[in-house]
Ligand binder design. Structure first.
Ligand code: GDP
Ligand code: MG
Length: 294
C-alpha cells in the first residue's frame, strides 16, 4: 500500500477551540490556548504521524472582520490557508453554531473547492440533542464531506475525526521526519508560551498590545541550566506599568508560570529574564510587525 499524506487547515471563528484540538490530536502543546479570542497570531504546523500516513495540520488565527494591520495580517494568513492545503476543516462550537464570520468562511470554502469536514466542538458543554439541527442547517449551506462532533478538551470524537480525515488523504510523501511534531523553532515556542501567560494573567486590551521576542537562548550544561532572555513589547508606558504590576508582582507571576512550563518541556532548569519595552503602535506599523514576526 502506498503512503498517504495531506495538508489540513483548521479554520473557524476565534475561540472555538482550534488550537486546543491541534494539541489534543498531537498529544503535545504546539499551539498556545487561552479563553480570550485571537490568541493565535501566526500559522502553526502540527504534524501527525500515523502508520503509513502523515497529516500536516495548519492551525490558523481565526477569520474575522479586520481592524488593525495586525488583524489584517492574521486574517490574510488564515485565508491563504484555503489555497495551500488539501483538506479544510471548519470548526464551530455546539452552543454557538453561528458566528458573524461564518459567511466569509463559507465563501472562501466555496471558492477553494477542497474536501472539507465540519467539526462541532465543545460537545461537553451541553446535551447532544443540539447537534442534529446544527448539522441539518449546515448541510443546506455547504456540502461537507462529513460532520464530526468532538470535545477537543476531553478527546471525545477525536478518533472518528482522525478516521474521517484519513479517508480523505491521497497518496503522497511524508513531508516531515517522524520525530517532528511542529515547524516552530524552540525560541518561537518559548515566546508563545510567554505570550500565553500574559493572556492568562492580564485583562482586557493588554494581551492584544503585546508581542514577545526571544533574544537569547543558551544552554549551560555545566550548571544544567537553560538561560533565556526575552523582551516583551507593549505600546504605552501605562501598559508597561500594568504588565510589571505593583512591586513587579505581575511580571513575577507571568515569568514563573512561563518558566515552569519551559522547564517541563525541556526537562531542565530554566533561568528566564523578561524585560519590557515600549514601542508605540507596533501593531499598526507594518515594519514593526515584520520585525516581530507577524
Ligand atoms: P482558538 O482561538 O479557536 O484556537 O481556541 P482555543 O483553542 O484557544 O480555545 C479557546 C477556549 O476554549 C480555551 O479556553 C479552551 O480551553 C476552550 N475549549 C477548547 N475546546 C474546548 C472543548 O472541547 N470544551 C470546552 N468546554 N472548552 C474548550
Ligand atoms: Mg488558536
Amino acid at each position: 500500500m502506498s503512503f498517504h499524506s495531506g495538508f489540513i487547515a483548521i479554520i473557524g471563528p476565534p475561540n472555538v477551540g482550534k488550537s486546543t484540538l491541534l494539541n489534543r490530536l498531537l498529544g503535545a502543546k504546539v499551539a498556545i490556548v487561552s479563553p480570550k479570542p485571537q490568541t493565535t497570531r501566526n500559522r502553526i504546523l502540527g504534524i501527525y504521524h500515523g502508520e503509513g500516513y502523515q497529516m500536516v495540520f495548519m492551525d490558523t488565527p481565526g477569520i474575522h472582520k479586520t481592524l488593525t494591520p495586525l488583524h489584517r495580517s492574521m486574517v490574510a494568513s488564515a485565508q491563504s490557508a484555503f489555497q495551500e492545503v488539501d483538506i479544510v476543516v471548519v470548526m464551530i462550537e455546539m452552543l454557538r453554531p453561528e458566528s458573524e464570520d461564518m459567511p466569509l468562511i463559507l465563501r472562501n470554502l466555496k471558492k477553494a473547492k477542497k474536501p472539507s469536514l465540519l467539526i462541532i466542538n465543545k460537545i461537553d458543554k451541553g446535551p447532544r440533542e443540539k447537534l442534529l439541527p446544527i448539522i441539518e442547517a449546515y448541510r443546506k449551506r455547504y456540502p461537507f464531506h462529513s460532520y464530526v462532533p468532538v470535545s477537543a478538551l476531553n478527546g471525545d470524537g477525536t478518533e472518528r475525526l482522525l478516521d474521517e480525515l484519513r479517508s480523505l488523504l491521497r497518496p503522497g510523501p511524508a513531508f516531515f521526519p517522524k520525530e517532528m511534531k511542529t515547524d516552530q523553532t524552540e525560541s518561537f515556542w518559548v515566546s508563545e508560551i510567554i505570550r500565553e501567560k500574559i493572556f492568562l494573567h492580564t485583562r482586557q486590551e493588554l494581551p492584544y498590545a503585546v508581542a514577545v521576542g526571544v533574544q537569547e537562548m543558551k544552554e549551560r550544561p555545566e550548571s544544567n541550566l537553560l538561560s533565556i532572555f526575552a523582551r516583551i513589547h507593549v505600546e504605552s508606558e501605562s501598559q508597561k506599568g500594568i504588565l510589571i504590576g505593583r512591586g513587579g508582582k505581575m511580571m513575577k507571576a507571568i515569568g514563573s508560570s512561563a518558566r515552569l512550563e519551559i522547564e517541563e518541556k525541556f526537562q531542565t532548569r530554566v533561568y528566564l529574564d523578561l524585560s519590557v519595552r515600549v514601542e508605540k503602535n507596533w501593531s499598526k506599523d507594518a515594519r514593526a510587525l515584520r520585525r516581530l514576526g507577524y
